[in-house]
Design a protein around this ligand. Structure first.
Ligand code: FAD
Length: 307
């Protein structure tokens, strides 16, 4: 043991001990695995992250319902086998109301009580105009209202700190978010963002627009800069120049890439905690190390390691 005195720096919230820190809510997003090998990684990641007491673990729904069976299978297994609450993502693109309702009833029968309700994107991609199915839900707000008629689900919806690429203006953006909350959603989870000011400004604007529901910060650790920047570009999230510069030239240096990714994400989440943010949703890409370390920075320890 060293004799170095331990002193606290109460000026930064992120440096306070877990007991002093406001209670943080964490959730972890997974995608349904396609192969046996990917499925093994899914369960390993879940096993590692589940003891961190997430509010829930969510499983995405492939574009146009392509993973419907796999999403249902994974969420019901998570509930049964890990004891962690699972949330199933659900989209309404390209399906009739009855087809979507059947999936919702399936979740209900499997004991899944949480849904992340989304419109989804046209099969041609996010840049293409959205055409609702003639007998389908028209948008996410309509879907939330439909889910509510089937059961008392805890519903989350999506929101966009940089505006949805199809929103004509901020007024339309917040009117749409308000409709989703008024239809029965309990919270909104943001699209990934890499500049905290965008998120903080978005929350301010939402409050000014009369939206009081929690706006959970969606955090995308940069596991692979090339992949994430392509994906971010497609969904209208910008990567600041300073972030891009930190990853420049690291394509063939995975070790440094991983260290830089950890540093960038750590800076992002600790700054958000310092600014009073208490709810985080991590896009895990079915990998645990980075998210596990970030949860630790936020004061989270595995349940069984506490005395
Ligand atoms: P909506 O809220 O319906 O709105 C989308 C756009 O349409 C907005 O610009 C809005 O202003 C406009 N709009 C909606 N209704 C009206 C109206 N009545 N009049 C005028 N304009 C309107 N996709 C998947 O395929 N699977 C997933 O599992 C998935 N998970 C996601 C999780 C999170 C946290 C996030 C942020 C996104 C996720 N997505 C997923 C992506 C999502 O499907 C797309 O971003 C999609 O383009 C919009 O979905 P939404 O639910 O936000 O749509």
């Amino acid at each position: 043991m060293s004799d170095t005195p331990i002193f606290s720096t109460p000026d930064r919230l992120s440096r306070q001990s877990e007991k002093e820190l406001a209670k943080l809510d964490l959730s972890f997003e997974f995608f349904p695995p396609k192969t046996d090998k990917m499925e093994a990684r899914f369960w390993e990641t879940l096993e590692r992250l589940a003891p961190l007491s997430p509010r829930f673990v969510s499983v995405t729904y492939g574009a146009g319902g392509t993973t419907r069976g796999r999403t249902t299978k994974m969420v019901s297994r998570i509930e049964k086998e890990s004891g962690v609450k699972a949330a199933a993502h659900l989209t309404c693109v390209g399906a009739t109301k009855e087809e979507v309702n059947e999936v919702v009833r399936g979740y209900k029968d499997a004991g899944v009580s949480r849904i992340v309700a989304l419109r989804g994107d046209p099969p041609e991609g996010v840049g293409q105009p959205f055409q609702p199915h003639p007998e389908g839900y028209r948008n996410a707000a309509d879907l939330v209202a439909g889910i509510r008629t089937i059961g008392n689900f805890d519903i989350s919806v999506a929101c966009y700190p940089e505006k949805h690429p199809q929103s004509p203006d901020w007024y339309a953006e917040f009117e749409n978010l308000k409709r989703k909350i008024d239809a029965g959603a309990s919270r909104a989870i943001t699209q990934m963002f890499f500049d905290n000011e965008l998120y903080l400004r978005f929350v301010d604007r939402a409050r000014n627009a009369g939206i009081e529901a929690p706006i959970v910060a969606g955090i995308q650790p940069i596991h692979n800069f090339t992949q994430i920047s392509n994906f971010a570009g497609r969904c209208g999230a910008t990567i600041p120049k300073w972030v891009a510069e930190r990853f420049e030239g690291l394509e063939d240096d995975p070790e440094t890439h991983a260290l830089v990714a950890a540093a960038v994400a750590a800076e992002q989440v600790t700054e958000l905690v310092d600014r009073g943010v208490t709810e985080f949703h991590f896009y895990t890409m079915n990998r645990s190390p980075l998210v596990y370390a970030l949860a630790r920075l936020l004061g989270r320890r595995p349940e069984n390691s506490r005395g």
